[in-house]
Ligand binder design. Structure first.
Ligand SMILES: Cc1cc2nc3c(=O)[nH]c(=O)nc-3n(C[C@H](O)[C@H](O)[C@H](O)COP(=O)(O)O)c2cc1C
Length: 176
């Protein structure tokens, strides 16, 4: 079995597309990405290394019915994840957002996911510099760096492939 699990939430499919791109860069080391609305906690716990992706919806919220997402998503899974024991797990996060339309909450949901997995005992890797983005505030910053890969498919889609490639390289050297 592949040693890395990739799970994502999405409303309009952009986060799924990025999850697939990340998967390709792992050359068989990672399992096929799974939408979190189809996953159980045991599906996640089967992996030592998890890559979790989320868009930010509503006002800085995780996707889910309350944020007018078309289906259940991370918001509905959050309590289950919070109650899990993630000690011994390594987690990397990626988040999609729109820095021009939502400059006060850019990729903030990735920060929510970070808080949940860090509190549940996971070691979080894959932080990412904030240079190259223009925004006012984000709940996904810790000590002025993003807690995971920040992507903006609405305004900077031309930069995403390069960002993903260099982030996956960074993850591979942290993991191996
Ligand atoms: C109703 C709505 C609210 C949004 N709120 C935020 C937000 O607070 N912060 C942010 O960075 N992006 C926000 N976005 C932008 C989305 O996160 C972005 O378009 C993302 O790529 C969508 O990914 P998906 O296709 O996987 O759902 C919002 C988008 C919509 C439609």
């Amino acid at each position: 079995m592949a040693k890395i699990g990739i799970f994502f939430g999405t409303d309009t499919g952009k986060t799924r597309k990025i999850a697939k791109l990340i998967h390709q860069h792992f050359d068989g080391e990672a399992a096929e990405p799974v939408n979190i609305n189809r996953a159980t906690i045991d599906d996640l716990l089967a992996y030592e290394i998890l890559i979790l992706g989320t868009p930010t919806l509503g006002e800085g919220q995780l996707p889910g019915l309350e944020a007018e997402c078309q289906s259940e998503s991370w918001a509905e899974f959050a309590d289950t994840l919070a109650q899990a024991d993630l000690s011994g797990k390594t987690v990397a996060l990626f988040g999609l957002g729109d820095q021009e339309a939502y400059p006060d909450n850019f990729v903030s949901a990735m920060g929510e996911l970070y808080d949940i997995v860090a509190d549940a005992g996971a070691t979080v890797i894959g932080e990412w510099p904030r240079d190259g983005y223009v925004f006012t505030a984000s709940a996904a910053l810790e000590d002025d760096v993003f807690v995971g890969l920040a992507l903006d498919q609405d305004n900077q889609s031309d930069l995403s492939a390069g960002r993903v490639e260099s982030w996956v390289k960074q993850l591979k050297s942290a993991i191996n």
